[in-house]
Design a protein around this ligand. Structure first.
Ligand code: PEP
Ligand code: MG
Length: 326
């Protein structure tokens, strides 16, 4: 099936009525980058840097990280590369970094919280990213943001890293774009405030569904309750995109839902700028994009807004999809 789609890898990612939607890749290894490039990805919307820290016995040095970021940036030849700072804790552990035993690790010591606690580790990563930023269109993204304070604290460390490089005469992109993941309900509720602090939002539906519905994303016992089409999610997506548009920043989606064919009219209806997904999904989503009108997606979204249950949302999305299939 994917072989048959290879010929559209070089086509522009545009709907028949002219809406450009960037189709980017989530990568967490160099191998996935190769798949993304072969699929004609419009860049990397989420570079999960955890793999650099895993399967080893100490934290990676600045130089090691820089080499990897630089090589990925160069391979993308000018297409955007969103590098997310370390997102360990929760389900991801490191052998050499003792994390506390926690009753609720997903609500615990993880992601940006670790970075702001261990500014030495954080600054090392920021320096490596900054140094790589002159080799492509590199953007920086913070995970698990839940307050304006966290963004400001992270940016303060970023500023220090920039000043250091400045003093050392090491080049970096002074205009580097800085964004955040929107994956905590609090961030959605204050999206208008956060939009004034950053250059872009990327909605992480994996964690956002988990936290909004209070359903552990790893717990199979309750996986039937893990429901990305819950009307609460629909409202959160709408509110986040509205805030981004009001303050003129770009907004994308990088959770699993971004690669779900059923969800495509939601993104077109909301008029987001990019969606980032598993590299394997890009050609399938692209084929669908080439045949989906934004105008019809907008109308569908109005209907989805009025749905009272996820069953109704899914029914409408599947009817829309089936009409395109035939
Ligand atoms: C998300 O939470 O949706 C996301 C993209 O990040 P991760 O899956 O790495 O938590
Ligand atoms: Mg997440």
């Amino acid at each position: 099936e994917k072989k048959k789609l290879q010929h559209i890898a070089d086509r522009l990612s545009v709907t028949p009525d002219g809406k450009a939607l960037r189709l980017e890749a989530n990568i967490s290894s160099i191998k996935e980058l190769e798949i993304a490039l072969a699929s004609g990805a419009n860049g990397v919307g989420l570079f999960r840097t955890e793999f650099l820290y895993m399967d080893r016995n100490r934290f990676p040095k600045e130089e090691e990280q820089y080499e990897v970021y630089r090589s990925v940036a160069e391979k993308l030849s000018g297409e955007p590369l969103v590098i997310r700072t370390l997102d360990i804790g929760g389900d991801k552990q490191l052998d050499y970094f003792e994390l506390p035993e926690e009753d609720n690790p997903f609500l615990g010591y993880r992601a940006i919280r670790i970075s702001l606690d261990r500014k030495d580790l954080f600054k090392t990563q920021l320096r490596a990213i900054l140094r790589a930023s002159v080799f492509g269109q590199v953007k920086l993204m913070y995970p698990l943001i839940s307050s304006v304070n966290e963004v400001q604290a992270a940016n303060a460390v970023l500023k220090e890293a920039m000043e250091e490089l400045e003093r050392e005469g090491i080049p970096y992109d002074r205009g580097i774009k800085v964004g955040i993941m929107i994956e905590v309900p609090a961030a959605v509720m204050i999206a208008d405030l956060l939009a004034q602090e950053v250059d872009f939002f990327s909605i992480g539906t994996n964690d956002l569904v988990q936290f909004t519905l209070a359903v552990d994303r790893m717990n199979e016992e309750i996986s039937h309750l893990y429901d990305p089409f819950h009307p609460a999610l629909m409202r959160m997506l709408i509110q986040t995109v509205e805030a981004a548009k009001k303050y003129g920043i770009t907004v994308g989606v990088c959770g699993e839902l971004a690669g779900d064919l059923r969800a495509l009219p939601i993104w077109l209806g909301l008029d987001v700028d990019e969606i980032s997904m598993s590299a394997h999904s890009i050609l399938l989503v692209k084929e669908r994009l080439l045949g989906t009108h934004q105008k019809e997606s907008r109308l569908l979204l109005q209907e989805l807004k009025a749905c009272r249950t996820s069953a109704q949302v899914i029914e409408k999305l599947e009817a829309f999809k089936n009409a395109l299939d035939t």
